[in-house]
Each structure stands twice: as structure tokens, then as C-alpha cells.
Design a binder for this molecule. Sequence first.
Ligand code: NAI
Length: 308
Amino acid sequence: MKVTVVGAGAVGATCADNIARKELANELVLLDIKEGFAEGKAIDMMQTATLLGYDTKITGVTGDYSKTEGSDVVVITSGLPRKPGMTREELIGINAGIVKGVAENILKFSPEAIIIVISNPMDTMTYLALKSLGLPKNRIIGMGGTLDSSRFKFYLSQALNCNPNDLQGFVIGGHGDTTMIPLTRLATYQSLPVTNLLDKATLDKVAADTMVGGATLTGLIGTSAWYAPGAAGAALVEAILRDEKKLFTCCVSLEGEYGQDDICLGVPVIVGRSGWEKIIDFKLTDDEQAAFNKSADAVRNMNSVLAE
Ligand code: NAI
């Protein structure tokens, strides 16, 4: 199996590191535009192979897409991250040009690849990749809800003082501070609804903390986070390459599902060897559906910038 990660920055390198440690691929290419940057990161990672005991060949390249040929999965992380006080949406102009160019180059050498989009604003970048590449919709996956759901479970675990791995929880909708929807009603701890275990004020705080989870870290670190985003990208690569048929929230093309059309937005999907394989209908309440529709309006508004 071969995986390419485009963008050897904080998120891309962390994603590659996780892919190598888990031995998800025998060949891993890290590509960046900055001269020598991906080469350096790849060599640094390869020098951990004997310490960590993995056998993945990692190659770093500066802009040479021919080295990515025949990739089964490509993860796009190239683009600017946000700085404190910035929204993900403010990155749209610059990152749209980067993501479109990268995706077109990738397709030339890996026409069968499944593409995972991480660059922000991710919902719009995923829609851009879908529209500009003309690939079957199941092969374009935006990574946002996977991370947001992981953050949701982190905050729930803090409130419950429990092991986060005993929790189920999903964040749907857009990957923006105001567009994501933590589905508190459906979150469970060892199959028990968390609504039975925590009071409303606590649950509201968990949801609010989740929504600004990324901004909180940007404020603390000075740039956007990378450990959880990189791990979330690698979790999707793992689900694809190992055909796990695992349930994640991912940003995918909607054609009437969840009442929306001509948009890419976060919904629960089964991820396996052919990409996202099936959308799961969580049967939203009227309030949840209204929040989802509002989120779709905001993302659609952002997508309209692409046409300008
Ligand atoms: P970074 O600045 O550390 O890395 C970005 C890398 O992309 C740089 O090394 C840069 O040289 C490279 N790059 C720029 N243009 C390129 C091109 N045309 N071709 C190849 N490489 C190119 O940024 P970081 O922190 O890794 O974030 C990357 C992106 O991921 C940002 O847009 C950020 O907002 C987004 N992000 C998305 C998340 C999500 O959940 N979807 C979570 C965290 C970050």
C-alpha cells in the first residue's frame, strides 16, 4: 500500500508519523513546496524506525508529484493554518488555490486514489476537490468531524471523569466554531446516554467547549493544533486501508441525505476500502435538523466565494 501526505507541516508530518508507526503502508511519500522541508522531515522520521520498530519507507519530496505515483490514499494538509483570533473561514482565498492545484497534480499520478482533505476551511476545500476533480463522490473525504468528535469525547470524559475510550459521541455539520453540532442527545458512556449522567448545564458547557476546541488550542499554542488533527487523518487512512467499515463523522457530498444537496458537510459515514461507503441516518430531531440546516447555509455561503 502507498500513501502520500501533501504538506509536511505540523498536521501533515504528524499524520505521516502516525501512519508509519501503525505500519498502514509500506510506502509513504511526504510532499511539500518548501525546498528540502519534506526531505528533512522524512529523514528525521526514518531515523525513528529502529527505535519504534516499524518498516515503512518514507520519502520526502519538494513538489515532485511523479514520486507520488500509484498512491492508494492521499491526504491533503497543504495550506495556511489559522493564527489566534482568525477563523478557519478567513483562510479560504489562499488555501483554495493551493488545494485545487495540489489535487489536480495528485490525480495525474494517482487516478485511483482516495483523497482525504484536511486543509481549512475544510468543508469548502472538500467541496472544491469534489467539484474540480470529478471523481466518484465516495473517494473524497473531508476530515473535520472525526477530530471534533474526538474533542467532544475528551470534554465528556473530563466531565464524567472516565476513560474517553468508553464513550461514543458524534459531532456533525460544518467544521467551524459556530457550524459544528455536538450531538449530545446521542452520546453514550458504556451504552448509557450521557444525558442520564450529566446535568444540562454541564452538557451545554461540554458542547460549547467542543465547538471552540480548536480556537482554544490556537490561543494557547499560537497556531492551530496538530497532534489530534494528524491522528484523526491517520485514523481515516487506517479505516480505508484496513477496510475497517468503521463509523466516523466525515465531510462528504450530500445528495438529499440529511435534507441537503450540492454541499459537502459532516455526517456519520462508514469508512472502508472504497472510501466513505454509506451515510448513516441518525434521525435528527426537529431542533437538530434546524441546526444542521443553519450550518449548511453558512457553509454554502462560504462555498459561494469559490465561484467569484
Ligand atoms: P503548516 O503551516 O505547519 O503546514 C502547511 C504546509 O503546507 C507547509 O509546510 C507549507 O510549505 C505547505 N504548502 C503550502 N502550499 C503548498 C503547496 N502548494 N504544495 C505543497 N505544500 C504546500 O500548517 P498545519 O498546521 O500543518 O495546517 C495545515 C492545514 O490544515 C491548515 O489549512 C489548517 O488550518 C488545517 N487544519 C485542519 C484541521 C481539520 O480538522 N480539518 C485541523 C488542523 C489544521
